[in-house]
Design a protein around this ligand. Structure first.
Ligand code: SAH
Ligand code: F3S
Length: 446
């Protein structure tokens, strides 16, 4: 089969990563070429997210539109993957019998054989099992797409925060063996990748086998990755405060390749709410970890996630969250109104908070977070930043787009030959979403 493949992706970075792997496997097995134009595709895939909102409805809405295209193109193949497929696979089969492929986050490597079956029998195929880590052993070697890359180091989550569907949709934590991760990163480095983002739902619970005997934690893995020729920047997402171990704090002290930026979701600044969420730590314990990190990395920029309007969140709980935000002074953060997820313990909690109140609180939080973010950008004015040049800038001819350690885009005038290199730029302007810089005449080019 040749033809075109279109993938629509909802959700987190892990889903983005999985979508790129779907494209890779189907390019290899069926020579399917990726397209950005859904109308011209022969295979349409929807990679779904169920973390918030009426995700299921969004899926059926999209599928309804694609179904109509099948009338004119009877051989069109429609597939649904990701977390909604994992949780609602049977419901999708019942409500949308025209869907040909239903697969979960752990079975995307089986797409080629599932697609063969569909082409042969024209009957739907469903596989939403959790075959442990098999997926990674059955994917083509990673291809680079510019100087930065995501590398999945583990799957699933075993923390079971009371509000979260991830453990149910992606399964329990399973770590990839160290040599598999390092082989993938070495291959990417040979293709010019300079920065890797180690991905997982709870990466600091990483326990990867070394030669089938010992195990490496995330800190040790980071040491190994830093030793790879060409890799000069390392990020990781997402980590949970409880498993943020001393060894990881030491890694920030010892590994200069580890960026001075950390996404450490706290969700709430109220101990009462944290306990109802089963996060396993208090506000002071969170602050203490950050204090110790700041001792080894004084310029660490922090970001976080916040859930607003958790069941029974009182005004005082909300004020505690605002206090924490002000105390830490986050650089950049995400905040969401709590959304009850089917099958999670919190969905059974009595929720006394009015929708109106939740919206008001979200606005207050988001205004404050935006203010802090822009203060952070202002503070970067007149500073020199080492940036990784990623690509030609979209808006301005002759400009390049690069990224700072704390993930801000900097545009500056420079030669295309600098793409994939680290250079020093002086920040001359700060806008809401980006910075403008000037390449320093005596900049080292690494
Ligand atoms: N593994 C990560 C991210 C999980 S999902 C972690 O441990 O933080 C990303 C973010 O979505 C979470 O940090 C949380 O802030 C938010 N989220 C998860 N479930 C939610 C729900 N039911 N309602 C609202 N926000 C939610
Ligand atoms: Fe979800 Fe908590 Fe894991 S937010 S992904 S259950 S750490």
């Amino acid at each position: 089969m040749t033809g075109k493949l279109y993938i629509k992706t909802f959700g987190c970075q892990m889903n983005e990563y999985d979508s790129s792997k779907m494209a890779d496997v189907l390019a290899e097995s069926h020579q399917l070429e990726i397209t950005q134009v859904a109308e011209e595709a022969d295979v349409l895939l929807l990679n779904t997210c169920s973390i918030r909102e009426k995700a299921q409805e969004k899926v059926f809405h999209q599928l309804g539109r694609w179904k109509r295209w099948k009338d004119d193109k009877p051989n069109l193949v429609i597939g649904v993957g990701g977390c909604v497929a994992s949780q609602e696979g049977d419901a999708i089969r019942r409500r949308a019998p025209y869907v040909d492929l239903i697969f979960g986050p752990q079975t995307l490597h089986r797409l080629p054989s599932m697609l063969n079956d569909v082409n042969k029998t024209r009957k739907p195929r469903i596989d939403i099992s959790f075959p442990e880590i098999e997926k990674f052993d059955n994917l083509p070697a990673a291809k680079s797409d510019g100087p930065t890359a995501f590398v999945s180091i583990m799957e699933g989550c075993s923390k079971y925060c009371t509000f979260c569907v991830v453990p149910y949709t992606r399964g329990e934590e399973v770590s990839r063996p160290v040599d598999k991760v390092l082989t993938e990163i070495r291959g990417l480095a040979l293709q010019g990748v300079r920065e890797v983002n180690l991905l997982g739902q709870n990466v600091n619970a990483y326990q990867g086998d070394i030669d089938g005997e010992d195990q490496a934690d995330l800190a040790l893995l980071i040491h190994y990755v830093a030793a790879i020729e060409g890799i000069d920047r390392i990020r990781f997402t997402t980590s949970h405060p409880v498993e943020f171990s001393d060894s990881l704090i030491d890694a920030f002290a010892e590994v200069p390749e580890l960026v001075s930026h950390l996404h450490l979701p706290v969700q709430s600044g109220s101990n009462r709410i944290l306990s109802m969420m089963k996060r396993g730590h208090t506000v002071d314990e969170y602050k203490d970890k950050i204090k110790r990190l700041m001792e080894v990395r004084p310029h660490l920029s922090m970001s976080s996630d916040f859930i607003i309007g958790f069941p029974d969140e009182q005004e005082s709980d909300f004020q505690d969250t605002m206090t924490l935000i002000n105390d830490i002074g986050f650089d950049h953060s995400f905040s969401f109104i709590y959304s009850a997820r089917p099958g999670t313990p919190a969905s059974a909690f009595v929720d006394s908070v009015k929708a109106e109140t939740k919206k008001e609180r979200l606005k207050i939080v988001q205004d404050r977070l935006r203010e802090l973010e822009s203060q952070y950008s202002q503070k970067m004015l007149d500073s020199t930043q080492r940036v990784l040049v990623e690509r030609v800038a979209q808006r301005q001819d002759g400009e390049l787009a690069a990224r700072t350690e704390n993930n801000r885009v900097v545009n500056f005038v420079g030669d295309k030959a600098l793409i994939g290199k680290f250079v020093d730029v002086y920040i001359i302007e700060a806008y809401s979403n980006s910075l403008r810089g000037k390449l320093l005449a005596d900049s080292v080019i690494l």
